[in-house]
Design a binder for this molecule. Structure first.
Ligand SMILES: [Zn+2]
Length: 166
């Protein structure tokens, strides 16, 4: 059975917007999501409309987007891989931090923000695509020794030079 369905991904770690195809007749745990170009996505979408597949949105697909930091990958599977590496890094750092600080909450986006009601993980990617984060809010204040210790743990698990504590 060919891939007949589409997934759109707009990661919170960059401005890309990409499509993947999958076979929606398979159980969820068996599905394989394969990067497709916007052109292929349009063909899959049109085929669904033409065959009268239920629950198909008949509106045109919105365009895929290649953000400025990922242009070197072009519209190829390497693009999805590059996005995934960064997105996984952001998520893995959060999971690692939550081991140390169970009260920590995840928050998307940039390093600005006010009226924090919980301890939050605030992150961004700098110009070199290093993940920079800080913890803000109630109950978590890191001194330099704690920061150094955390940095060591992160570097050991994820590799050096990929993450920086602000
Ligand atoms: Zn991107």
């Amino acid at each position: 059975m060919a891939d007949n369905a589409l997934e759109i991904w707009m990661p919170d770690t960059c401005g890309c917007k990409i499509y993947s195809s999958y076979d929606d007749t398979l159980p969820i745990e068996q599905r394989v999501y394969t990067y497709v170009t916007e052109e292929t996505a349009r063909q899959i979408h049109q085929a669904r409309i033409d065959s009268g597949t239920p629950h198909t949105n008949k509106k045109p697909l919105s365009p895929a987007r290649l953000c400025p930091v990922h242009t070197q990958h072009g519209n190829t599977p390497a693009l999805k891989e590059a996005i995934k590496v960064e997105n996984d890094r952001k998520n893995n750092v959060f999971l690692l931090l939550q081991e140390q600080f169970p009260a920590l909450r995840y928050i998307e986006g940039d390093l600005e923000g006010n009226n924090l009601k919980a301890a939050v993980y605030k992150w961004l990617f700098d110009l070199d695509r290093v993940l920079v984060f800080r913890l803000e809010g109630l109950g978590i204040v890191l001194n330099q020794a704690q920061k150094n210790n955390l940095q060591r743990i992160i570097d050991n698990r994820l590799g050096e030079g990929l993450v920086r504590i602000e």
